[in-house]
Design a protein around this ligand. Structure first.
Ligand code: GRG
Length: 309
């Protein structure tokens, strides 16, 4: 797949695509939809706490992946926007719970004080719970002009992604691995597949499902998203060592401090970067049948390894 120099053919074909413009436009669509999705109601305190974290910025990668894959399969943005917002609600709730003293115990997230630092632990737990349940309600109530079977499939996948085979299970394995000295690359990959990869995969697949993807599309996009999911986490591990608190918007060097197994710890930084790049190449291979239509997903894959936060 490599043609001239070191650039893959797809990257050359993608040269007219401006990812920064694309991300900015999609981020704005997502921000507006999130802002509208959750008006303040009673009891106001919990709505303020939920909105505090939901509207605190962040890259909005999961919703953007959902919108991009929906467009790839020929769907319009409107059919995927409620699911895109739900993915961000689920992601945000996982960050709120991850930051709690009983978990990673962090004071900063997205450049702001963490939810429990502002609202207290009890409200932070409930804000996470509120966002999680609202995510499902939002998909059910707001998804329009999509056959019910597709919506049901998305809701089922979201449930599986959140639960004990997905984020919850990944977090348990992660907690258990702290301080362990004999973690292998395979067991680390199993943690990250659940903890980070599962939601990124569901982000890509749900947009495609809503747009009516075929089983061949789903297979290709599964391989694409599993690879970008793991590459994303490898880069996350590297950034924890190489980036500053200001760049990350959260405490840097947490993994070393918590004696966590990470890819750089097991493989070294250079080998980890290479591993991430190989995964991105595999992901991009899956998109060749879509040609120019896959520009956004292709560019996002490159961004996953090049990102600085
Ligand atoms: C899901 C019920 C339920 C409970 C949560 C705490 C927990 C169980 C899981 C932890 C999941 C977690 C925090 C994984 C880390 C994923 C990750 C790499 C987050 C950083 O994502 P970015 O860089 O962040 O996309 P922004 O802020 O840009 O959105």
């Amino acid at each position: 797949m490599f043609t001239t120099g070191e650039k893959p053919a797809e990257q050359i074909a993608n040269k007219d695509f401006d990812l920064a413009v694309y991300l900015k436009e999609k981020q704005q669509i997502v921000e507006d939809a999130l802002e509208k999705s959750l008006p303040i109601a009673e009891p106001q305190k919990i709505f303020h706490a939920m909105r505090y974290s939901l509207l605190a910025g962040g890259k909005r990668l999961r919703p953007i992946l959902c919108l991009a894959s929906c467009e790839l399969i020929g769907g319009n943005l409107e059919i995927a926007l409620p699911t895109a917002c739900a993915l961000e609600m689920i992601h945000t709730m996982s960050l709120i719970h991850d930051d709690l003293p009983a978990m990673d115990n962090d004071d900063y997230r997205r450049g702001k004080l963490t939810n429990h630092k502002v609202y207290g632990e009890n409200i932070a737990i409930l804000a996470g719970d509120g966002l999680l349940s609202f995510a499902f309600e939002h998909v059910g109530v707001e998804t329009k002009n999509v056959p019910a079977q597709r919506v049901l499939e998305v809701i089922t996948r979201l449930g599986r992604t959140v639960g004990a085979t997905g984020l919850v299970g990944g977090q348990v394995l992660d907690l258990e691995s702290e301080g362990e000295s004999d973690i292998t690359v395979e067991s680390l990959t199993a943690i990250h597949t659940r903890k980070t990869g599962a939601l990124l995969e569901t982000s890509v697949l749900s947009g495609a499902i809503l747009a009516g993807a075929s089983s061949e599309d789903i297979n290709r996009l599964s391989v694409y998203s599993q690879n970008i999911g793991l590459a994303f986490q490898i880069v996350d591990d590297i950034l924890d060592i190489t980036a500053t608190k200001e760049e990350l918007g959260k405490t840097a060097g947490k993994d070393l401090q918590a004696e966590k197994a990470t890819y750089p710890k097991l493989l070294g930084i250079e080998a980890s970067k290479q591993q991430a790049q190989q995964m991105i190449d595999k992901a991009i291979d899956q998109l060749s049948v879509y040609g120019q239509k896959a520009q956004a997903l292709r560019a996002i894959a490159y961004y996953v390894v090049d990102r600085k936060n």
